[in-house]
Design a protein. Sequence first.
Length: 364
Amino acid sequence: MVYTLVLYFIIVILYFVFPKSEKKFLGWVFICAGLYLGVRYNYMPDYIPYHRTFDMFNSVEQYHYNPETDHAEYGWFVLNRLFRSSGYFTFVFVCSCVFAYANYKFFDLYKIECHYLLVAVFGMVTCANFSILSSAQRQFVATALFLLAYRYCIYGRLLIIRDLLSYRSILYYLLIGLASTFHTSALILLIIPFLCYIPYKNKLILLGLGAFFFAVLFAGASFLPKLMNSVIQQSNSYEYLMSVVATNEHTFLGVSMMILRILILLYVLSKYELPREHAIVLVIAYVSAIFTASTYSVVQIDRLSFYLITFDFLSYSIVLKYLSSLYRKLYGGIIWVWYLWGISKLFQPIVYDWQEYKTIFSVL
């Protein structure tokens, strides 16, 4: 807990050190975050299982990969083998640095003022899903590739349909294809360029988006399990996906915050003339909210929202940038209270050893 609180404190200090330099602020924040994730040991539930997989892949000189029994994509197998001589700790450190660099490059695209950026990066780093994603290492690497690829679909022209086959768009598709060799679910990110074409200024479209969100949130249990069944069909993963019941002791608080976030997000899209790149972040954050709302029916869908966690928090900064002064203060206050509530959970009793942050130096 001490290391984690120190990281949070450092982020706030960096804001006061670099109040006018977004690039320096972001750079140092993600250097610290990369180091924090890079030297972790047995932090979050999947760390040790991935360590065992690494040791298995590198146990012999010539390991014969079998996709049916190894339960990992081929790209992940190759990546593990590349670090055979340097070891698992180096492997985790390099992956963490790549993830931190990808987040830095993503946020740096938007040139948003530091006082808005603080809301985004502090929220992301203190979010539980940030640490959970680092534990889900295949998706961790796939997400880093997606964030690096994103600039090619947002800063291409993408003004007409044929631009979906432009050089930059094809480069995006290739990088997502590479990401899918680490985690197959990354293929869903192929839809991102098409989200650029949603006519978000059309009020009927926005009403439809709002209605769909509430349908998923409150009636998803009536159709999402069936939809998952039709997609996964006879997969061995199906029973695992459906056997986990979405339970959350703070359901009312979580749902309330999600509803508020969606309503304000759609309000800003409809009322303000946003630059295209800002508007698309809000649209993608909406998609992330749909994934999150779906977890109340099929909890494992939450993994899909992990890819978009950076958009979630950047959307807070963008919304605050455009809201009028009174609403900005009110919504900003709610966001910070939400963050502090999340941080307060650090002081709850530890049930599992992996809940406590430890460094590799404790075992070296």
